[in-house]
Write a protein that binds this ligand. Structure first.
Ligand code: HEM
Length: 414
């Protein structure tokens, strides 16, 4: 992707929404597109932005017309060198598997998410969140960075703990590698980031392979051991599949959940009445998490699908090989599904939520992500007494493709 396009984006509502400083402006642009141009051709990048909930939901479940296998994209550029691990993972990952193999792997993985394992994960989540929350309590009058000291490290620490990486120095190293690896998997990234990501990915995969080897000889109470034990009709997961799965879980579950935590904290500070209700009654938190994700996750960003044949969508002619971007913010604020969609309502019925996708690739970590976010919100309510406020004047950002990625979350504690 040319850097020039990053710096001089074409004059188009999608780019305006991405560049908007105020999220409400971005949502207003998405509202307009949803009503008047729901399958919008984005110039320069050549993809279709899909903003209606019904279309987003349909495309998650439409294997006749679309896939999430990047290799079907007309501008597909393979990752990594021929014969490299990155190339191998791209050709064998969850998005590239034939439907039958994908269904088999998902069945095997679900075995590793049985109640005993989930209980173990819940206690690991509580431990990790407490480890990061403890130093942040009782800091009245100070300005804390809740992104770098709280929402960002937690999801990675949780995944590495669940996987079987011991706490301490290894965990930090694992987290750094995972964060570098993930950056290269975003839809639009610079070549520099991609190269660095590939090196990190290779190191990470080698690490996971060594752990898998150790666990075959001496199983423990962790996800790698569970995956090794998982068996279905005499079929076992191979080490290569375990590596794909673990690195897949790391890349799918870290940045997303960290962003979810950030959205959650901002939502608490912006909706003080809802925060006070949750503070008084913590049983409101699980449903509030769904509403937080509906209300604030993803904004103008979305999830790619690639057309595997020519088809028509709302009168637009989609050509084989083209990309469709399924807009998170478009679907999550569609008034056809969500009455008064801009209102934040922690008791809203969120069954139609699409931020975890849908159909065969529905997020495998949705419950884990909800638990993590629930634990983060529960702790954040104790870290931030009423009257705490975001210090937007101290916020900093870095470019991430077309998007601006916050690099801190400064909050003044009351
Ligand atoms: C707020 C946090 C999260 C969000 C919003 C999220 C969102 C999504 C979405 C939209 C998809 C579907 C991708 C597609 O269809 O192209 C997905 C897939 C996936 N997610 Fe998540 N995710 C989150 C957290 C997690 C966590 C914590 C894990 C695990 C540790 C995880 C593991 C996965 C995996 C493995 C897939 C691929 C499933 C497949 O292809 O069969 N996610 N996620």
């Amino acid at each position: 992707m040319s850097t020039d396009l990053f710096q001089n984006p074409p004059d188009d509502p999608f780019f305006e929404a991405v560049a908007a400083d105020d999220p409400n402006d971005a949502y207003a642009i998405l509202r307009d597109l949803r009503e008047h141009d729901p399958v919008h051709p984005v110039p320069g990048l050549g993809f279709w932005l899909v903003t209606r909930h019904a279309d987003v939901k349909r495309l998650f479940n439409d294997p006749e017309n679309v896939t999430n296998d990047r290799r079907a994209y007309e501008h597909y550029v393979p990752r990594g060198e021929e014969g490299s691990l990155v190339r191998w993972a791209e050709n064998n990952g969850l998005f590239a598997m034939a439907p039958r193999d994908h269904a088999r792997v998902r069945r095997l993985v679900s075995v590793a998410f049985r109640p005993r394992a989930v209980r173990r994960m819940d206690s690991q989540i509580r431990d990790v969140v407490e480890q990061y929350a403890a130093p942040l309590r009782g800091r009245s009058g100070e300005t804390l960075d809740l992104m770098n000291d709280f929402t960002n490290p937690i999801p990675n620490a949780v995944i590495s703990r669940i996987t079987g990486v011991p706490p301490g120095g290894d965990e930090v190293r694992f987290r750094e590698l995972a964060q570098r690896a993930i950056r290269g998997f975003f839809t639009f990234t610079s070549d520099e980031v991609k190269t660095d990501s590939e090196a990190a990915f290779t190191e990470l995969a080698t690490w996971v392979r060594e752990m898998a080897k150790e666990r075959r000889d001496a199983p423990r109470e962790d996800l790698i051991s569970d995956l090794i034990r998982a068996q279905d009709d005499d079929e076992r997961l191979q080490d290569d599949e375990i590596i794909t799965l673990i690195t897949g879980l790391i890349s799918a579950g870290s940045e997303t959940t960290a962003l979810g935590g950030l959205v959650a904290i901002r939502a608490l500070l912006e909706h003080t009445e809802a925060a006070e209700r949750m503070r008084a009654d913590r049983t409101l938190i699980p449903n509030a998490i769904n509403e937080i994700l509906r209300w604030g996750f993803g904004g103008p960003g979305g999830l790619p699908r690639y057309a595997i044949r020519d088809f028509e969508l709302r009168g637009q002619k989609i050509r084989k090989g083209q990309m469709l971007m399924l807009s998170f913010g478009g679907a999550s604020r569609d008034p056809r599904v969500w009455p008064d969609p801009d209102r934040f309502d922690i008791e809203r019925d969120c069954r139609e939520l699409t931020v975890f996708g849908g159909g065969p690739h529905y997020c495998m970590g949705a419950n884990l992500a909800r638990s993590e976010m629930g634990a983060m919100v529960d702790s954040a309510l104790d870290i931030l007494p009423p009257g705490s406020r975001p210090r937007d004047d101290l916020m900093t950002f870095e470019p991430a493709g077309f998007f601006k990625r916050p690099t801190n979350l400064p909050i003044e504690v009351a």
